[in-house]
Design a binder for this molecule. Sequence first.
Ligand code: 13P
Length: 254
Amino acid sequence: MSSRPYIVGNWKMHGTRAMLSEARAIDRAAQRHMKVEVAIAPPYTLIHPVHREAEQIAVGAQDCHEQEGGAFTGEISAAMIADAGAKFVILGHSERRTHHGESDALVRAKADAALAAGLRVIMCCGESAKTREMGRAVAFVKKQLKASLPPQIESAAEKLSVAYEPIWAVGTGNAATPDNIAEMHGVIRALLVSLYGEEQGAKVRILYGGSVTPGNAAEILSVDGVDGALVGGASLTADSFMGIALAATEADDS
Ligand code: 13P
């Protein structure tokens, strides 16, 4: 692993204030794993409470609106998220692309808005089972990412991460194989370099997501080109999430 491993929890639509104790426990444990950068993206309603509790971990959001403000009932802007204490936002998650019909162009507009508001961005990409079966996974991910990422990032490469999350691996208990992951992360790195140039393209972190658990994290995180993990179900308890952070420490030492 190149840089400090980046382990991010996506709580999805899970968590009420009762889960603040879990966030606190993650934060305390993260203070013992300083070689790993740990972050969580709880639902909007918990961003500020978690931010107030957290001393070590960064807090982020799972989406934002592409406009700065206005008559958009029910929406939340990047600046509002930042104001609540968020440092990053996950964008283009397959659940939003599928259930909310988010296009690549919309995801790109959200990324522009988020970066302009000073947030870091974790840009998700990944193919469906059908696309993989047709042998089109690489072509699909390249096209999706090219259309979703900001065309230019100037010197903001450190603010950008890409998460490769094959849809068939999300929430299924069926993580991608090390070979699948190594191949796709290589493809993504080459794309980033072609888009942003050698220096900036090399700085963007590439995370893997999809059924990462404390049991498989060490193997996944030691795959070439994996800079961290985006974790769903296993990020909901401090025990399992920090099991993954511990695996990241070990993968980094090996
Ligand atoms: P799981 O870890 O539950 O498979 O979810 C992955 C994910 O969607 C993270 O964004």
